[in-house]
Write a protein that binds this ligand. Structure first.
Ligand code: HEC
Length: 118
């Protein structure tokens, strides 16, 4: 009987374990959770608006072909002026790389400028 209980506990525990790997968010989900609110294309996103003000040719992160992986990692870890830094407990290095891969693989947006163009 004891053996049976131990065995069923083991089965339950390993089931929990595999559930966790399934639920781990991927690059697209982490982007949506941690970055989209400030960096999605269009008005109402402070990151996009400030980067447009700073004169970036493409203001959203999507569609940038000049974003270096090391540069993005450094910004995410240290922040930049208005952008808060992210700790390794919030985003691991691997998760930052997945976000980078997602940004690079996404289709460039058809942008409506964040600010009116004359
Ligand atoms: C609270 C809003 C906010 C969040 C959340 C945020 N950012 Fe930013 N980010 C900004 C702002 C604002 C800037 C522009 C810097 C400035 O002028 O203040 C910026 C700049 C950047 C830059 C530099 C781009 C360039 O052209 O130099 C990168 C790269 C970047 N963010 C990546 C990310 C990633 C990846 C995430 C998610 C993990 C993220 N940001 C989350 C607000 C945010």
């Amino acid at each position: 009987m004891k053996k049976l209980i131990a065995l069923s506990l083991l089965v339950i525990l390993s089931a929990c374990d595999s559930d966790q790997t399934v639920e781990k968010p991927d690059g697209a989900e982490n982007y949506a959770l941690m970055c989209a609110g400030c960096h999605d294309p269009g008005p109402g996103h402070p990151g996009t608006m400030l980067l447009e003000q700073a004169g970036r040719p493409v203001a959203s992160l999507f569609g940038r072909d000049d974003l270096d992986r090391e540069y993005l990692r450094t910004i995410v870890r240290q922040g930049l002026i208005e952008m808060p830094p992210f700790r390794p407990t919030e985003l691991s290095d691997a998760e930052i790389d997945e976000i980078y891969a997602h940004i690079m693989s996404a289709e460039p947006p058809v942008t409506t400028p964040a600010m009116p163009v004359k």
